[in-house]
Design a binder for this molecule. Structure first.
Ligand code: ADP
Length: 855
C-alpha cells in the first residue's frame, strides 16, 4: 500500500475510533456518516483493510445489506493477510469479529481472532484495541454458552490485564459480564443484580447516569434483562428491556447484543403476557411479531446463531395465543437446533420453557422429561444458581420423578446437604467432578493448587470449614485452610496440627485414625459418636459432622483432607464422600506433581545461582589474567628496551676485541672471543624480536589501503642477500590491495618468506606467493606462501605459532622462535587467521586470510 493511502487510512482510524465512539450516540452517528464517505473512498481504492471492515460494519449495522457488509469483511481479511500491515491487525480483526462475522458465521468463529487481535495489539502497543478485543472475546464467550467456571477464571485473568493497562470501557465491559457469570454460578447474594466480587451496580450507576454513559448503561440493562428473565422475575425483566431499548442505538448497532436484546426482549414480554391487561397483550403480540421479522431475517443469514432463537420465540408466541400444537413443534425445533449448533445455555432454556409449557397443559410426565434435560444442560453450563432455581420452582416435579425412579428425593438429598451444598443429581456431580479434576490436573504451582483444591473441596462437600494437611518429612502439617464464611482460602506456612500450648487445630483422634488406616472417615453426629466425642477438639469446637479422607498416590500418604460442618449432622452423605474421594485421588497426584515441580524449580534456582557464581569467578579471573598479561608485556617491553643499551656496548666492545686482538693472543683466547661475539649478537637479535613482538601487541593498528605487490617487492629487496646466498627462486602472483597496517603486513611477509628460504632442504629454495578472493557474503583474501623446504611434522603445525617454540637448535638453523608468534599476532590484529599445511621433507605452505576491502 502506498504511503499516502496508509496515512489516510490511519487518519480515519484515529479520527473515528476513540472511546467516545461508544458512549455518545450523536457523535457516533455523525462519525458513521463521515466513515461511510471515507470508507467508500478507500473501500473502492486498494485502500485500508480497516476501511473495508468499517464500511461493512456500517452496512450490517443499518441492517440494510448483510450480504454486502459481509463481503467487505472478507475483503478486509484478504487485504489484511496480503498487506501484512501489523498496525491494522487489531483494529480490523476487532471490527470484523464484533460487527460482521456473527451475521453470517457461527459466533464461536469470532473467539480465536479476538484473542489474536488482543495479542497483536499488545505486540504493537495498541492497548486500546487489544483490550476491547479481549473484553468482547469474554462476552461473546458468555453469549455463545461456554462453560462458566472456566470462563469466569479466564475473565478474571483478562480483567486484571485490562485494569493494568488502564482501559476504562473494556474494563467495565469485562466486570459487568463477569459479574453476570458469577451470578449464574451462584456467587452473588442476589442472582439478578450485578453486585458482587466483580461489579457493583449500586455504586456505579449514579456516576454512569451523571456521565450519560449510555453504552455502559445499555450493557447493565441488557445483562439484568437476561438475569431477571432467567430467574423468572418477569415484570423486572420487562422493565430492564424497556430501559435497554432506549439505549440500543448508543453504539451497539451491528453488534451481537442487538439480536441478543431482541431475543430476550421478546421472551420477557411473552413471559409477562398473562399478567397484563388485554390492550397491553395486543401491543405485546404486535411488537413480538415485528421483532420476529427481524430475527427471521438474521436467521436466514446465520441459521447457526439465530434459527433456534427464532423457533423459541415462535413457540412462546404460540403458547400465549393458545396454539399448543404449533408451540410443541417449535419448542422441539429450538431444542434440536440449539443442540446441533452447540448453544448449551439456550438448549437449557428451550427445555425449561418446554417443561413449563407442558406443565401448564397438565402433561406432568412430559414436563418432567424436559425439566430433567434443562437441569442437565444448565449444570453442564456451570450455572449452579440456575439449577437451584429450577429445583426450587419445580420442587414438586423433581420429587415425583425421584419417587418413580427410586433416586433419592430432593428432600432427602437436601437434608444431607448444608448451606453450601447443592441438590444436583449424580449426573451433575459427575460433571462437576470432571471439571474440578480437569482444573486440578492443569495446575502445577503448589500454592495455587492448594488454594484451588481447598475451595473445590469445601464447595463440593457441603462443608463450612476445612483444611488441607500435607505430609512433609514424615510430619503432618496444615498447608491451607478455608471456610464458607471467609473467602479467599488462607495458605499457611506449614503449621503443625497442634499449637505451642498443645491445643489442636483439628481433631487429632480423627487425623491419627485416617493417617493410620488410610481410609476415609465420616462422623455423622459427632456429639453422639462414642469414639470421638471425648476428643478435646470435639469438646471445644463441637462440630456436628466431620469428613476426613487420605490423599494417597502410588501407595504413599501425600496428605489428608479434613472437612467439618459445624451446623448440621449428617452433612456428608455417601454421594458427597464419593465425590470427595474422586477429587482426592486427582488431588494426591496433582500435589505430588506440584511438589516435584517445586523441587525442580528449586534445583534450577540453585543451579542458576551456582552458575552465576562460577561466571562471576570466571570474569574475575579473566580480568586478573588480562591485567597480569598487560603487566608482563609491559615488563618484557621495558626489560628488552633497557637491555638494549648495555648489550650494544658489549657487542661493540667484543667485536672491537676480536678485530684488534685476533691472532695476537693464544688460540683459546681467539675461540672465547668468538663465542662472546656470537652470543652477544644472538642476544641482540632476541631482544630485537621480543621488542617487535611486544610492539605488535601493544601498538594501535594504522590501517590504510595497501598494495600487497609493493609490500612484497620491498621485502624481497630486503631479503636479497639471503636470496642470492641460497640461490632462491621466488615467484609472486598478482596480489590485492587491502586496508591493512603496511608496517605489520611487511613484517608478516618478511617472517614467512624469510622462513621459506631459511628452512630449505638440499635443493635450492623455490618459493611461490599467491592470493585469491573467497567468501559469499563476507569476502576475504586467501594468501599462500609455498616452499620446497624441509617441511614440518604434522604434530608440530600448531605449536610453532607459539612464542619461543622452535623445532631446531640454533646451530642447525639460527632463529629466536618469535617470527611465527609475531606473524600470528599481526594476522589476528587484522581479524584474520593463519595456519600451515606440511609434511616432513615435502615442503610447507603457510596460509593466512585477511578481510577484503569494502567495495
Ligand atoms: P625461528 O624461525 O626464529 O625459529 P619462527 O617462529 O619463525 O622462529 O618458526 C618457529 C619454527 O617453525 C622454526 O624453528 C622452524 O622449526 C619451523 N618453521 C617455520 N617456518 C618453516 C618453514 N617454512 N619450513 C619448515 N619449518 C619451518
Amino acid at each position: 500500500m502506498s504511503d499516502p493511502l496508509k496515512l489516510a487510512a490511519m487518519q480515519i482510524i484515529a479520527s473515528v475510533c476513540t472511546p467516545t465512539y461508544f458512549t455518545q450516540p450523536q457523535l457516533w452517528q455523525m462519525m458513521v456518516f463521515q466513515k461511510v464517505q471515507l470508507s467508500v473512498k478507500y473501500g473502492n481504492a486498494p485502500g485500508s483493510p480497516f476501511g473495508y471492515a468499517d464500511y461493512g460494519m456500517v452496512l450490517c449495522g443499518t441492517e440494510s445489506n448483510f450480504e454486502k457488509g459481509y463481503q467487505f469483511a472478507q475483503l478486509a481479511s484478504t487485504l489484511l493477510s496480503q498487506l501484512q500491515a501489523r498496525e491494522f491487525v487489531p483494529k480490523t480483526l476487532l471490527l470484523i469479529n464484533i460487527y460482521l462475522r456473527h451475521w453470517r458465521e457461527h459466533l464461536r468463529t469470532t473467539l480465536n481472532p479476538l484473542v489474536e487481535a488482543y495479542e497483536r495489539g499488545l505486540e504493537t502497543g495498541d492497548l486500546e484495541y487489544a483490550t476491547f478485543a479481549i473484553a468482547f472475546h469474554s462476552y461473546h464467550s458468555y453469549l455463545v454458552g461456554r462453560e462458566l467456571t472456566e470462563l469466569e477464571q479466564e475473565m478474571a485473568t483478562y480483567g486484571a490485564a485490562i485494569a493494568q493497562f488502564k482501559q476504562a470501557v473494556p474494563l467495565y465491559l469485562n466486570q459487568i459480564y463477569r459479574q453476570a457469570v458469577l451470578n449464574l454460578m451462584g456467587r452473588s447474594p442476589d442472582p439478578c443484580r450485578l453486585v458482587g466480587e466483580s461489579y457493583n451496580e449500586v455504586e456505579r450507576l449514579p456516576q454512569l447516569q451523571t456521565d450519560h454513559d449510555q453504552y455502559a448503561l445499555f450493557q447493565i440493562h441488557l445483562n439484568k434483562l437476561i438475569l431477571y428473565y432467567l430467574f423468572a422475575d418477569y415484570p423486572q425483566a420487562v422493565e430492564q428491556a424497556m430501559a435497554a431499548e432506549q439505549l440500543l442505538l448508543a453504539g451497539a448497532t451491528g453488534m451481537l447484543v442487538v439480536p441478543v436484546f431482541y431475543f430476550y426482549n421478546c421472551l420477557a414480554q411473552l413471559a409477562h403476557f398473562s399478567q397484563v391487561a388485554k390492550a397491553e397483550q395486543q401491543r405485546i403480540l404486535k411488537t413480538v411479531s415485528e421483532n420476529q421479522k427481524r430475527i427471521k431475517a438474521w436467521a436466514n443469514q446465520a441459521p447457526m446463531n439465530y434459527l433456534h432463537q427464532y423457533h423459541l420465540v415462535t413457540a412462546e408466541r404460540f403458547r400465549v395465543s393458545g396454539q399448543s400444537a404449533d408451540a410443541v413443534e417449535h419448542y422441539d425445533q429450538a431444542i434440536a437446533l440449539a443442540k446441533q449448533h452447540d448453544y448449551l445455555h439456550e438448549e437449557a432454556l428451550a427445555n425449561e420453557l418446554a417443561a413449563a409449557f407442558y406443565l401448564q397443559n397438565g402433561k406432568t410426565k412430559v414436563a418432567q422429561l424436559y425439566l430433567q434435560d434443562a437441569r442437565y444442560c444448565y449444570g453442564r453450563w456451570g450455572a449452579t444458581a440456575k439449577v437451584k432455581d429450577l429445583e426450587t420452582r419445580y420442587a414438586h416435579l423433581i420429587d415425583l420423578q425421584s419417587k418413580r425412579d427410586g433416586t433419592p428425593s430432593r428432600e432427602t438429598l437436601s437434608t444431607s446437604l448444608t448451606t453450601t451444598g447443592s441438590t444436583e443429581t449424580s449426573a451433575f456431580d459427575l460433571a462437576a467432578v470432571m471439571r474440578a479434576a480437569q482444573v486440578l490436573s492443569s495446575e502445577i504451582v503448589l500454592e495455587r493448587l492448594l488454594a484451588m483444591l481447598m475451595k473445590l473441596l469445601i464447595e463440593n462437600a457441603g462443608a463450612d470449614k476445612g483444611c488441607l494437611i500435607l505430609e512433609t518429612g514424615g510430619k503432618l502439617l496444615i498447608e491451607a485452610e478455608g471456610s464458607v464464611h471467609s473467602d479467599p482460602i488462607t495458605l499457611l506456612d506449614s503449621i503443625p496440627l497442634e499449637d505451642s500450648d498443645g491445643i489442636s487445630r483439628v481433631s487429632m483422634a480423627i487425623i491419627n485414625y485416617v493417617a493410620h488406616t488410610r481410609e476415609s472417615l465420616v462422623v455423622n453426629d459427632a456429639t453422639q459418636d462414642s469414639k470421638f466425642a471425648k476428643d478435646p477438639y470435639f469438646l471445644n469446637h463441637q462440630p456436628q459432622s466431620v469428613l476426613c479422607t487420605p490423599l494417597v498416590n502410588q501407595g504413599k500418604l501425600t496428605g489428608i483432607v479434613y472437612l467439618e460442618n459445624t451446623l448440621t449432622t449428617d452433612a456428608f452423605t455417601s454421594d458427597r464422600l464419593e465425590v470427595i474421594q474422586l477429587l482426592s485421588t486427582q488431588a494426591a497426584i496433582s500435589i505430588d506433581n506440584a511438589r516435584l515441580y517445586d523441587q525442580l524449580e528449586l534445583r534450577v534456582q540453585e543451579r542458576t545461582t551456582e552458575l552465576t557464581q562460577v561466571n562471576q569467578q570466571l570474569e574475575q579471573l579473566t580480568t586478573e589474567l588480562q591485567r597480569s598479561n598487560q603487566e608482563l608485556e609491559q615488563f618484557a617491553y621495558i626489560a628488552s628496551h633497557d637491555l638494549q643499551e648495555p648489550l650494544r656496548t658489549i657487542t661493540s666492545y667484543t667485536q672491537k676485541l676480536a678485530q684488534r686482538y685476533q691472532g695476537q693472543l693464544d688460540e683459546k683466547a681467539d675461540l672465547y672471543i668468538g663465542f662472546a661475539v656470537d652470543g652477544a649478537t644472538r642476544m641482540q637479535q632476541l631482544i630485537q624480536d621480543l621488542l617487535t613482538y611486544s610492539r605488535v601487541g601493544r601498538q594501535k593498528l594504522k590501517p590504510e589501503p595497501t598494495d600487497c605487490n609493493i609490500v612484497v617487492n620491498k621485502v624481497l629487496r630486503d631479503l636479497r642477500v639471503a636470496i642470492t646466498e641460497n640461490q632462491a627462486n621466488i615467484t609472486v602472483a598478482p596480489l590485492p590491495t587491502l586496508e591493512v597496517d603496511p608496517t605489520q603486513l611487511s613484517l608478516l611477509f618478511q617472517n614467512l618468506i624469510g622462513n621459506a628460504i631459511k628452512y630449505h632442504s638440499e635443493a635450492a629454495p623455490q618459493v611461490h606467493i599467491s592470493a585469491i578472493e573467497q567468501g559469499q557474503d563476507t569476502k576475504y583474501w586467501h594468501f599462500s606462501i609455498r616452499d620446497n623446504g624441509i617441511g614440518i611434522e604434522p604434530q608440530y603445525v600448531e605449536r610453532i605459532f607459539t612464542i619461543f617454540q622452535r623445532l631446531h637448535t640454533s646451530d642447525e638453523y639460527p632463529g629466536t622462535g618469535l617470527g611465527l608468534a609475531i606473524s600470528k599476532k599481526i594476522v589476528e590484529n587484522h581479524e584474520g587467521r593463519i595456519w600451515v599445511e606440511s609434511q616432513l621433507g615435502q615442503g610447507s605452505t603457510f596460509y593466512f586470510e585477511l578481510p577484503s576491502m569494502p567495495s
